[in-house]
Structure formats: structure tokens, C-alpha cells
Write a new protein. Sequence first.
Lengths: 423, 423
Amino acid sequence: MNLNETHDPKAKSWIDVASDSHFPIQNLPFCTYASDYAPHGSIAVRIGDSLIDLYELCHAGLLKEADHHFACDFQEVLEFGGRAALTQIRKQLFRLLLTDNPDLRDNVEVRAKVVTPVENAEILLPMTINAFVDFYSGINHASNVGRMFRPDQPPLLPNYRHMPIGYNGRASSVVVSGEPIRRPKGQMKAPDSDSPTFGPTRELDFELEMGFLTGKGSEMGEPIPIAQCEDHIFGVVIVNDWSARDVQRWEYQPLGPFLAKSFGTSVSPYVVTLDALEPWRIQGQAQEPAVLPHLQNPGSSHFDIQLEVSIQSDKMSKPQVICCSNTKHLYWSFAQQLAHQTSNGTPIESADLYASGTISGETEDSYGSMLELCWKGTKPITLQETGETRTFIEDGDVVTMTAWCEGEGYRIGFGEVSTKVMS
Amino acid sequence: MNLNETHDPKAKSWIDVASDSHFPIQNLPFCTYASDYAPHGSIAVRIGDSLIDLYELCHAGLLKEADHHFACDFQEVLEFGGRAALTQIRKQLFRLLLTDNPDLRDNVEVRAKVVTPVENAEILLPMTINAFVDFYSGINHASNVGRMFRPDQPPLLPNYRHMPIGYNGRASSVVVSGEPIRRPKGQMKAPDSDSPTFGPTRELDFELEMGFLTGKGSEMGEPIPIAQCEDHIFGVVIVNDWSARDVQRWEYQPLGPFLAKSFGTSVSPYVVTLDALEPWRIQGQAQEPAVLPHLQNPGSSHFDIQLEVSIQSDKMSKPQVICCSNTKHLYWSFAQQLAHQTSNGTPIESADLYASGTISGETEDSYGSMLELCWKGTKPITLQETGETRTFIEDGDVVTMTAWCEGEGYRIGFGEVSTKVMS
């Protein structure tokens, strides 16, 4: 593990940070927010309940190593500077925000331009997503699905432990936390019916996933060696991969999920860097049988991130937690996913989103979808406050996912992705 | 059918057009080419062996109805003006290029800027592709695949005649005719082996498809009614959907094709508008059982486009035609594909590519892939000139697809997508 000053648990900022905040000085995740002079978005980092505008900071000469590109296009920095540039920027921001650094703290004029209370900002999608790939790396989820839909066969298909199974999703419908999702219409066919019908899905589900956004791209025909894959990762967000199960059942043979997944995918707005996650690196579970050499990724290639899903119907006054899970249940690491993705020479671009697949734990209260939590509708969840029950998500329900790494006396968090379902 | 002056078979241009050209004055397809002042691409139409630069034409005041956006960003014209704007531009170009119109013909100075011999131009990808969706609408191909891989079941799965089956592909690896494709590496597993290997595919295949590019986008949550779908289509190109069959066999369960398809997709550079194709509209084959109302698309919703694939090994002096097919073998129309795609509210964007799926005819010499032509490797093709045989595509082979509509004494053509395979 490569710990440095930015991981010091005792470090404090001159900006107020509540003790239970997801955004202490050790985190500094990136986001995009709308402001008067940049309605389409400015880049900021979040600390406590404040946003630090990177453009303004550059403009004031306080982000000294960033070159002129920075001020115009953060994505160019990522694309050309890669992870090293990102690390440098994060270190500078960390120092600038430390309690005893007066450079920004005492410069009232610049502070007024640079620091914005998050409650005054409209937080946007962190990047316009170029491509969206959804993996299937949660081994408990894949096993549960196998048990439900292929009960007479082994739960995992023969290829599962040999490669990170995935499929291309739809980038144009990726939206940020807070944007409602409309219940989609689709084709479905009841088992006892001869022909399909078209109408609103009756089996709207969430999927609890984590995803990484790419910074630096790659060239066509040039696979990324697994040891270099993390250099291409900008950071990590929470992903709710909305699914219409009845549509999926009817459409998915032989080419996989399509419209059952493409109507909307929600992500959290704060891009947490691998640098911030460094202290929570862990070994993944043992991979047996051994994977092929180009996918071998020994050492602490996984992360210990706690995950939680809650639901709140429109009759409830507060959310009810229905799932607690952890990214340690991913069989394949981020680096393995990206090495596999590019192993055939597919070029990646900056602002690609690679989601993990549903992250279910081993116990029934840790399953990352309603499909599993309610076992294909056979075990409804009761919402304690109102006595309502759910097998899938109903109109008016708000589904909220949150994620954090637990430190001693602080958390490195992802905020949340919270979405209301509309008819 | 809505035929107008631009479909007059007798119309001639003052620009030379060979009698067998794909690009007479009745066609006027759009393309992007690199020039000195615009290395990243200028928009042109092709006529005969010449390119007509639309920016220069605007600048000279000869494309009068186009507003100032045009000169800056053709994609904006498409996006905001839709098909109506495209029709207007095409009509003006047609009139300007007619034999007896002196406006451009006799303006030597402007002509020198506007008209470029195609041999002096580098033809680029027509648009940077936002999203790539690959359908499976060739019913003979789908039936052949069923017969090969599910011999004990009906050739078509139960959903096939109820919706245009498709999946999301990878936009970042879409390249233009002329760009070589490298044989990809991938994971594959021999039937008699316990574990997979990683290496160059041994079953590299082409797929003969046609695809449409979108002009005007749509809003999230707003399905496009089928009667409006063609308003969103910019035009049509030939698509070679390269495939690695051995990789596909091992990876595709349960989420569909992924790396077997994402290493490269080749398209022809000339975007032929639906306006140009109007005289070749035909009824599709009868859809039985009747499709759901939102997919009903009566009338002449299909096109009669002739298709041809040839192959030339590096020992051959000229290509050998190995497949003759026709777009009439598509079960689902372009409009049905787009209506289905957006039926769940997925937004489309300008420059999305929707490919048809492999277009095989009914006879063995009309199959649109090596998989079918050689029936899973059991019936090799002999290359007559050299006596070489092929079951899949070898390094050094050039695969060329061409497409055209046959008129009386002229053709409306798509040019070609021609690709050399490299090791």
C-alpha cells in the first residue's frame, strides 16, 4: 500500500467538516456543478459541505502545477496527464485546505469565488459518459441468478471464473443522483400467454453496483497491460443499474439484456479517486481455477467499501435500509475488468463508465437487487413504518444507495445516488 | 412514394459522372474529408469522383437557405433541422449541380475551392459515433445461426418475430473503410479442453450489414412514435460487423456478445440519405404474427438494396465475389428498429449508429458471413485464382462489401467498405 500525507487520519481542514461527513480532507472527490458563469458545469472538489472550484483556484494561481489546459478542460488533464496528474492535483488541494495553510484560508476575495456551499450548487453528472459497460463481477449475484433461473444446473456458468463477463450498456441514459427515473414501458410475455404485451414494467428493480470512470484513454489495437490499468482510472462512483425484469426475461435470448437496462442508469456525483481509497485496499478472494496470465492481478487489487441500499415509499417519513453489502464480494477487480475489456484491442476513451455488476453479499439481507432480496417475488419485503410490502419497486418509491470506507474516526464516502421512480 | 425532381433518372450534372458510378446527381451522399484548413474533417457531398465542400459553398453564398450554424457544425443542422433541413440542402445541391445551372459551374474561383477530386482527399469516418447498436433483423441469418447452434429446437427463438432483437455494441472501435483491422486476441475454449486459452482468434468473420446514422436526437423518457422515426435518420451506410466466432462461443452466455464484436466495426464513408433511396422503397415481408401496435409499420418501409461481398487474399490479383444478398431479407425495418430502441424512453443522440444485423439471403451463395457460407467450417470456400481455401478470414485478406440500388441506366450506390486484416 502506498500511503502518504493525504491519508493521515489526523489531518484537518480550515473548512468545517462534520464528524460523520463522507467528505473529510482525506477524500477530496471531484464533481461537476452548474454555476452562473458555467451553466454546463465547472469542476470542483467537495470537502464537508463546500465545493472548491478548480477553475477559480487555477485562475487565482493557487493550483500552481496545473498548466493552462486545466482551466479550460479538466478532461484533457485526465486524458493527457493520467493518474499522475490527478495525484498531483489532489496533493495540492489537500495542502491548500489543511488547517494551518493560510493561502486560500486568509484570502477573502479569492475564497468568495472558490468556495461554494453545496446547498447553493446544482450538482451535475460528473462527466458526459462516452461508453457504458456493465460487468457481472458480483459472484454471489451471479450465483443467485443462476439458482433462480437455471435451478437444474450449477449456479455459475463455466466461463464465469475465467473472465469478467460483461456487456455494453447504453451511455445516453446515464443520469445523476436526484434525477427521477420514469417507469419504462416494454414488451413482456406472461408464461401462460401465447403472445407478448406492451406496457409499463411490473418488475422494476435496482441493482447495487460500483463503477469506475476512465481518465486516460487507449489506442485501438493496444491492450492495456493489467499492471497499467489503474493508471487509466479517474475514480469510482456508485451505480444503480435500473432493470425491468419482465422485459429482460422476454428479450434477452440470444443477445443479452437490451431495453430492460437501457432506460436509465443512475450514478452518484462524486468521483472518489483510487488515491483516496488507498488505505482500504484488500486482497480479493482467491481465484480458483487460476486465471490466464493477462488477467492475473495479485496483491491488494480490491477495496473494502461498505454499501447500503434504502427505500422510502411516498407514505413513509424516512427511508428503511433493505440491503447492506460490501465491494469485497466482487470476484473480479477493476483492473481485471479493464484488462479484459481492452484485451482484444478495443480502445477506451476518457469518461467511459465501467460498472461492476450487482454486489450481493452472502446473507439474505445483503442481496443487491429486489430480484434476490425477494427471491423472484416469493418473499416480499415489509416496509415497517407503513406496513406496505414490496417485491419490486413501485411508483413514488425513492431508492437510495450509499457507500463509504470506514476509517478510525472518519469516513471516506461516496455520498449517495438517490432516485425517485415516477409513473 | 414521394418522388420529386431529384429522382429524375434523366438528370445530368456538369460534373463528369461515369455511367457505372455509385454517385450520380440523384444520389449526393454526405461524407467527411480531411483538408488543409480542416484536418479533422469538412462535410462534403460526393458526385462522380468529386467532392463538393459544403462549408465553402456556404461561404460563397451558394447554399442560401442554410443558416449560419451550417458553416460551423453540420451536426447541429441535423440535430435541430432534422430530415426537413437535410432535404432542403440536398435539393439545393441537386439544382446547383444540374448541367444547365451556371452558378457554380461558371464561377472558376469558387469552383476551385468547392470541388475537390476524391483522389486528393482523405475520406474520414462520416461522424464520430456516439452509440452503436447492432440489431439481428436478418431473418435468414438468425435462422441459420439457430439451425447451427440449436439443431434440436426451432431455428428462431420465440421472441424473434415480436421485436427487433438487438444489443449495444462498442462505438469507440467503429472505423471507416480503408482502415485495417488487427486480428484480435481473445479467450476461447476448445470443446475437448478443460480450460480456456488466450490468443489470436482462429475464427475471424465478417458480417454483412447495413446501418443508419441518426440526425436528430430525442429526449429521455420520450419514445419516438414509429411514424416519426425516419425523421431522425440522417442516412444509411454499409457495416461490416467483424466477429471472432471462437471468442463469441465461449463468452456469450449469459449476457450476449461482448469482446467477440468490440475489437472493430467497419463502415462505408458515404451517408446515403433516405431521400436518395426513395425510388427503391418496397414492402417488407409479411409479419406473422402481427406485431404490437407501437411497432406496426405498414406500407413501403423497406428498401431494395443489392449487396455484395468479395474477398481477396494477398496472393490474388483481383477480388472474388463470395456473397450476393439484398436488404429485402431484413424482417424489421429501420423505423421499427428505432421505434423499438426508444420504446422504453432511451434517448437517442445525433450520430448514433444502428446496424441491421447480418443480411443473408435464402440461397447458400447469399449468406452474409463466413460462419454461414462455410456452415461452421464444414464447407470451405475455394478462391478460384489461387486454389486457396477459406473457412474464416486469414491475415492479409481484404474483405470488401458494396451496395447499390439499380436504376434504369444508373445506380444509387454506397461505395464500399473495404478492410485488410492484419496479424
